[in-house]
Design a protein around this ligand. Structure first.
Ligand SMILES: Cc1cc2nc3c(=O)[nH]c(=O)nc-3n(C[C@H](O)[C@H](O)[C@H](O)COP(=O)(O)OP(=O)(O)OC[C@H]3O[C@@H](n4cnc5c(N)ncnc54)[C@H](O)[C@@H]3O)c2cc1C
Length: 434
């Protein structure tokens, strides 16, 4: 064995899920890797934060995903297996609602809910049932609105889609391109939402022991090469094509650099080395979400949690709320834990600037919700990249514009969902690596 062979050294910038996954794949393929993370903990948005109860009882909140959508044979399932993480099912769910025309309706995610959906004529409901007969299409610039109008009909796209998309991606379906949802393209190619779902296996929601943050913590522990509290400040290319990365009082050299930062930060870091890449990154808008966490006395019937999506802009900026099941170990025994989302691309009414206004709006939809016992705001500036129609072309130009030895990964490239990120990073790692 040649022990003198040069082992390529790579610095990964950003210790969110994208950076950790990039480092994970690189290390497994023999690279010497170092991750620089600005914050004191890894995980970026995918962190589980301590939030003790009113008497100091242990309790947590999720900064980002409350659970994981795991497809049976997807990259996320493979990753969890490799990390020896055993996700567990959420069990039967509590009620799911759609807030529309000033009142609650059954959520349209089930067949019965779809048929009882508000605002749809009989013809529009029958049109939804024709979904398996609709042929696939490959339009790279198709919007999410156009995709659902094509598959499920104009009624669904008009009456139900805005709340479903707004409550998950905080933007209207007309502004989102299908590139943000590789899974939808996959389903389309396999016969549509229903038949494709049956063929590819439905994604099931799973929880991780210790919360979603366990994923990032496990990756970082296995990697053993993550520097937290280490923000990158500058990036320069050296003679011979090597790279130098500098932070506060720290400099390090490498054969290659992987940038796994939110697009705004990535743009300013890349500007001196590739103006074109920086310009393209700046053109990816990102959304600011306002998120409130609250604890309340329990409500009969909501023992398995609840989910509410509000048809924008009826909520005046409120997009939805979701509650943990009563036995969720992240919550505090005997209390109902709720997370409420506002903002994104939707303007928030000035009255909803603080908790009293947010609670007032929540009570319009959830009159049973008692006063909060504990409240905490965890704002999420730049929570999601807005992947507009044509995003795929932008990504291709951006990747082309990167100088040799410089790589870019993240939610703005692969889509903001953790399943999309793990799929995207797995495919990235299958291509020639740094
Ligand atoms: C409220 C909310 C709910 C969500 N819900 C879901 C969900 O239900 N399902 C789902 O799949 N996804 C969900 N997401 C999205 C998902 O959490 C993110 O898309 C994903 O975590 C993004 O990972 P990332 O590594 O690309 O970016 P980030 O998580 O943004 O990581 C970037 C990292 O870079 C670090 N950094 C920044 N600047 C520097 C610097 N100068 N030097 C070094 N490091 C730096 C940051 O500290 C951060 O750790 C949600 C997100 C939010 C905010």
């Amino acid at each position: 064995m040649d022990t003198t062979a040069h082992r390529a050294r790579v610095i990964v910038l950003g210790g969110g899920i994208s950076g950790l996954l990039a480092a994970w794949h690189l290390q497994r393929r023999g690279r010497e890797v170092e991750v620089w993370e600005a914050a004191s903990a890894v995980g970026g948005w995918a962190q589980t934060l301590a939030w003790p109860g009113p008497q100091g009882e242990p309790g947590w909140l999720e900064r980002g995903p409350q659970g994981l959508r795991v497809a049976r044979e997807g990259a996320l399932a493979r990753l969890l297996l490799e990390l020896d993480l055993e996700p567990y099912p959420t069990g039967p769910k509590g009620p799911r609602w759609l807030g529309k025309d000033g009142r609650r309706h059954p959520g349209p995610a089930t067949f019965g809910g779809l048929l009882r959906a508000p605002g749809l004529s009989l013809g529009e409901k029958l049109r939804m049932l024709a979904e398996p007969l609709i042929p696939a299409r490959t339009d790279p610039d198709e919007t999410l609105h156009a995709f659902f109008a094509r598959r499920l009909g104009a009624g669904f796209a008009r009456e139900l889609l805005p709340a479903l998309v707004g409550g998950v991606l905080a933007a209207p379906p007309e502004r989102l391109g299908l590139d943000a949802f590789p899974r939808l393209r996959q389903l389309d190619a396999h016969g549509g939402l229903l038949l494709g779902g049956l063929r590819l296996g439905a994604e099931r929601t799973r929880l991780l022991p210790g919360g979603t943050g366990t994923l990032a913590r496990s990756l970082a522990e296995r990697l053993g090469c993550v520097r937290t509290g280490t923000p990158v400040q500058t990036l320069e290319v050296l003679p011979g094509g090597r790279w130098r990365v500098r932070g506060e009082g720290l400099a390090s050299e490498a054969d290659a650099v992987v940038v796994a930062l939110p697009s705004r930060q990535a743009a300013s870091l890349l500007a001196p080395v590739s103006q074109e890449a920086a310009r393209l990154l700046e053109g990816i808008p990102s959304l600011d979400l306002r998120v409130w966490h609250s604890r309340h006395a329990p409500v009969p019937g909501w023992e398995r949690g609840f989910g509410l999506l509000v048809h924008p802009p009826e909520g005046r900026g409120l997009l939805g709320a979701v509650a943990f099941a009563e036995d969720d170990p992240r919550g505090v025994p005997g209390l109902l834990q709720v997370r409420t989302y506002l903002g994104g691309t939707y303007p928030v009414a000035p009255e909803l600037d603080g908790w009293p206004g947010v609670f007032g709006e929540l009570r319009r939809w959830l009159p049973e919700l008692p006063e909060a016992i504990q409240v905490r705001e965890e704002a999420c500036p730049g929570a999601f990249p807005l992947l507009e129609p044509g995003h795929g072309g932008r990504v291709a130009r951006l990747v082309q514009a990167l100088p040799p030895g410089l790589h870019w990964v993240g939610a703005a490239r692969f889509g903001p969902g953790l399943p999309e990120l793990t799929e995207g990073l797995e495919a990235w790692a299958g291509a020639p690596l740094p």
